[in-house]
Structures are given as C-alpha cells and as structure tokens.
Design a protein. Structure first.
Length: 276
C-alpha cells in the first residue's frame, strides 16, 4: 500500500466518521497496532517453522557440496543461514501483521493531523469572535457613553437571569467567600460570594498574572468554586497585555433574592499564552 493510498485511506475514514473522526481514527489506529502485536505472536511459530525448513534444506545442500568437493578444497560457505536468508525464509507469515500496523500508524497520523487542523481552526474562529466582541464593547462605550453602555450591560445581565433561572441550578458555596448570590455569565453557574470578594479575586489573579504572565479561565473558576470547563477552560484566558477585569451588575433572581451578575470586560483569549 503506497504512502498516497494510506493517506487517502485515513482521509476517507475521517470523512465518514464526521465530527468525532480524529478521536475515533486515533482509537482505531491504536487498536490496529495492538491487533498487529497479537498477529505477530500468531505468525512467529509459522515463521520459525519456515526458517527451520530453510535451515534443513541448506544443510542438505551443504552436505552434497562437501561430498562433491575435493578433500583439500576450502569451503567459503557454511551450513548456517545468513541474516538475509532468515528474513527471506520467514517474512511471509508476518505480512498481515505488518500491513495492519502500517494501517494503524496511518490512522493515528491522520487523526492527529485532523485534530491539529481542527484546533487551529477553532483557535482562529474563537480569536475572531473574541476580538469582535471586545471591539464592539469598546465602540459601544465610545458612541453611547459609559453610562448608557452600563445600562445595556445591566439589561443583558437581567436577560441572563431570566433565561437561566436559579431553580434549574445548584448554588456553589465556598468557605469564606461571602453570602450573596452570584451568577457567572460565561459558565452560567450560580455561586455564593459578595462584591468585595469578587474584586479581591480580580486583584489577586491580576497580581498572579503579572508574576506568571498569564492565567486561564479555569484559574478564575477555581476561585469561585465553579466546575472547570473541560473543553476550553485551560485553553483560554488572559495575559499581561489584557488583564482580567470583571463587570458586576446587581439584579434580582427569580426568588426575589439579590444577585450579582459577573461578566468580563475583556473576553478570555484563545492564544493568551502567546505574548505580543
């Protein structure tokens, strides 16, 4: 099977498997390599038998040569198989295992490349959306003024609470984090804290950011006890070029309890570990 055919094979598998193709293709490739290992074990006794037969045949030929040769003749050849002869005699039983392993490697390489392309595309798409959002926020402030922009932000916060009412969520309670109901717009999680604690978290994380150069979204969630975002939480965040800043809107939850709605002035960036 040529390199081109193997590449097309991996691409065809990826196309048919759809959105989960990279992970499934890598899994298939790993499975194929494991199967190839089993096939090698099965093929070895057959290969050993072929090598033994080749050794017997060569020994017989050698004995006949000795019988025909003069008594004082020097024999350049021995009756032992050379490495090339051993490979030639015993390779065929391993052929299916070799092909299976090659296909497995092709699947793993194809799946890994697909993953890399997908991650690059996601990174580019997220960066565009994040930059557009930041530009839109800045332009809104410029056109309508900070007071009007805050009114718009507060209205959005109110809509968030209506669309994600408290009754459908568990409230995260962290020790010594305050007793005011809060809502994080990005994670859509409710947690207990208060205004001063939220601002302290902002200051502490920015102090850490200046020391470590960047922080991730999951670092923020850790401070509030919010469950990690397993898909993007470690891949998006802030760096020294764009520090973390919360917006805090005071609203009323569906149970008539005061609720602080927490959002982000600058959206977390996908390439936050790349300093400009």
């Amino acid at each position: 099977m040529s390199k081109l055919n193997l590449s097309n094979f991996a691409k065809n598998i990826s196309a048919k498997l759809g959105a989960n193709a990279p992970g499934i293709t890598i899994g298939l490739g790993t499975g194929a390599i494991l199967v190839a290992g089993v096939m090698v074990g099965v093929a070895t006794p057959k290969a050993m038998k072929l090598i033994e037969d080749a050794q017997v045949a060569k020994t017989k030929r050698f004995e006949k040569m000795k019988e025909k040769a003069p008594d004082d003749a020097v024999m350049d050849e021995t009756d032992e198989l050379t490495l090339v002869e051993i490979i030639k005699a015993g390779w065929k039983p391993y052929a299916p295992a070799i092909m299976t392993a090659v296909v497995g490697v092709a699947c793993i390489v194809g799946g890994t490349r697909a993953n890399a392309r997908r991650n690059a595309a996601l990174s580019a798409a997220y960066t565009v959306v994040e930059q557009t959002l930041n530009d839109y926020t800045a332009k809104t402030k410029e056109i309508v003024g900070e007071k009007k922009e805050k009114e718009i932000r507060d209205a959005i916060a109110e809509d968030e609470l209506k669309q994600h009412p408290l009754s459908g969520y568990n409230v995260v309670r962290m020790p010594k984090c305050g007793k005011t109901l809060c809502y994080d717009v990005r994670s859509r999680e409710y947690f207990m804290s208060d205004y001063n604690t939220i601002k302290k978290v902002e200051n502490d994380l920015n102090r850490r950011l200046r020391s470590e150069m960047f922080i991730s979204l999951n670092d923020v969630y850790d401070e509030f006890g919010i469950v990690h975002d397993d898909e993007l939480g470690d891949d998006i965040g802030w760096n020294v070029d764009n520090e973390l800043e919360f917006t805090i809107s005071s609203k009323i939850a569906e149970n008539n309890e005061p609720c602080l709605v927490v959002n982000y002035v600058i959206a977390p960036r996908y390439d936050f570990r790349n300093l400009h």
